[in-house]
Design a binder for this molecule. Structure first.
Ligand code: PLP
Length: 456
């Protein structure tokens, strides 16, 4: 077989890809008809595809390339670590320097008494860890019946059987026997799409109080934890009304229900603080981390755990772990990524400089006739597409058609935005410059214009 390289014609690469590569979350009819877009290189916020097109990646890959593409420092650290100690496990009373250093750094960055890290290779695995950890915690505390985890409809917490069950995506639950028992879902705090004529703050309170109703219905003695993202990402960047989180926190405190903040997207500067829990004023018992932890340069995830839980879990032998828990190369890369985020004051820039600039440009898109809502926190934002702004009406065609058309127009205009139904979402690298933000906004507006013309 001839070597398969970047230099092969795109069509040949696409044919081989379609023949042998099974893609995640992909419409395969479309893949076979059009072929996959082949990304060959990336630098900063810009992707290059196999046809030489330069594309502004307003999704940061999959919400993860926080420091931007092409940072040599990470490549060097990875190569050095691979030469020195490419792998050793952390099972059976063994450790290594990269995992020690990363854990100490995360304990320093994380709020409150979140001082202990259990590693995984991904957010899905980390959320699976959380299921077992909170149930083990309550069993060790003499309350083994506390098994239920409450989550939200339309949440995304990963694709494994456990984390997919925590998620509340009906399309996922329809495949492969999910959710597993003892996972319950309440409604999401999505005022724009589900709030009707209600006042947003009243709606936020009502949605939070569904947690209390669910706990009362099941019995607090059965409920182990509540899990949610501070701001729901893959569900469509759903920014909750201000009333929502304080009420959720009150309810968790009242019933002693553990609070798991899934920070896989919100963590590492995305919302203008190190963690979304700080932006939204949440006091979690566990935070799920992944993605921005290494800016996607190496697979790594984990759970940052409070003193209270770690004390109980460490006192028993927690029969859980992954071969790659605390992988030395991933830990070294993550540590270097955190150094860059910190030394280049990237989180501060999101809060005080480029974040507010992006907010101004993003909110101006609300003036477009197709846009009913343009919201953003830090560098995660969404647009709701609507045929009628005042009534917040949905499109009569299949949900998602408008979003799909808009996303296609974005691609044609060298901009990666994603659509969730008829919501357009962005999560650009945090290092995006003001000039690049201008380009993003211009291309988004042009794409909206073209989508509006097609939808007429
Ligand atoms: N949690 C959230 C909030 C996510 O957005 C994701 C992935 O998008 C996950 C968990 C799963 O992470 P991974 O894809 O690394 O398994």
């Amino acid at each position: 077989m001839t070597a398969i390289t970047n230099h092969m014609p795109t069509a040949e690469l696409q044919a081989l890809d379609a023949a042998h590569h099974m893609h995640p979350f992909t419409n395969n009819n479309e893949l076979e008809q059009k072929g996959a877009r082949i990304i060959t290189r990336a630098k900063g916020v810009t992707l290059t595809d196999s046809e030489g097109n330069q594309i502004l990646d307003a999704m940061g890959g999959l919400w993860c390339v926080n420091i931007g593409y092409g940072r040599e420092e990470l490549a060097e650290v990875a190569a050095r670590q691979m030469r020195e100690l490419p792998f050793y496990n952390t099972f059976f009373q063994t450790t290594h320097v990269p995992v020690i250093a990363l854990s100490a750094k995360l304990a320093e960055l994380a709020p409150g008494d979140l001082n202990h890290v259990f590693y995984a290779s991904s957010g899905s695995e980390a959320n699976d860890t959380n299921i077992r950890m909170v149930r083990t915690y309550w069993a060790e505390m003499g309350q083994p019946e506390r098994k239920v985890i409450i989550s939200r409809k339309n949440a995304y917490h990963g694709s494994s059987v456990g984390s997919g069950s925590l998620g509340g995506m009906s399309g996922m639950h329809a495949q492969g026997g999910m959710p597993i028992p003892d996972i319950h879902h309440i409604d999401q705090p999505y005022w724009y799409g589900e709030g009707g004529d209600s006042d947003p703050e009243e709606f936020g309170l009502a949605r939070a109080r569904q947690l209390e109703e669910k706990i009362e219905e099941l019995g607090a003695h059965c409920v182990a934890a509540f899990i949610a993202e501070p701001i729901q990402g893959a569900g469509g960047v759903i920014i909750p009304p201000d009333s929502y989180w304080p009420e959720i926190q009150r309810i968790c405190d009242k019933y002693g229900v553990l609070l798991i903040a899934d920070e896989v997207i919100c963590g590492f500067g995305r919302t203008g603080n190190w963690f979304g829990s700080q932006t939204l004023n949440i006091r979690p018992d566990i935070m799920t981390i992944a993605k921005g932890l290494s800016s996607g340069y190496a697979p790594i995830g984990g759970s940052i755990v409070s003193d209270k839980i770690a004390e109980v879990i460490n006192a028993c032998e927690f029969n859980h772990g992954y071969t790659y828990s605390g992988h030395p190369v991933s830990c070294a890369v993550a540590l270097e990524n955190l150094r860059i985020l910190e030394e280049e004051k990237i989180v501060e820039r999101v809060a005080q400089d480029t974040g507010p600039y992006l907010k101004e440009k993003w909110q101006a898109l609300a003036d477009h006739p197709l846009v009913g809502e343009a919201r953003i926190v830090g560098m995660m934002g969404s647009l709701a597409l609507t045929p009628h702004k005042e009534s917040r009406a949905k499109f009569a065609a299949d949900a998602g058609t408008a979003g799909y058309i808009c996303r296609e127009r974005c691609f044609a205009n060298s901009l990666v935005m994603r659509h969730v139904g008829d919501r357009m979402i962005i999560s650009p690298p945090l290092v995006i410059t003001k000039e690049e933000i201008d380009t993003l906004a211009e291309r988004a507006w042009a794409s909206l214009d073209q989508a509006a013309a097609k939808l007429k």
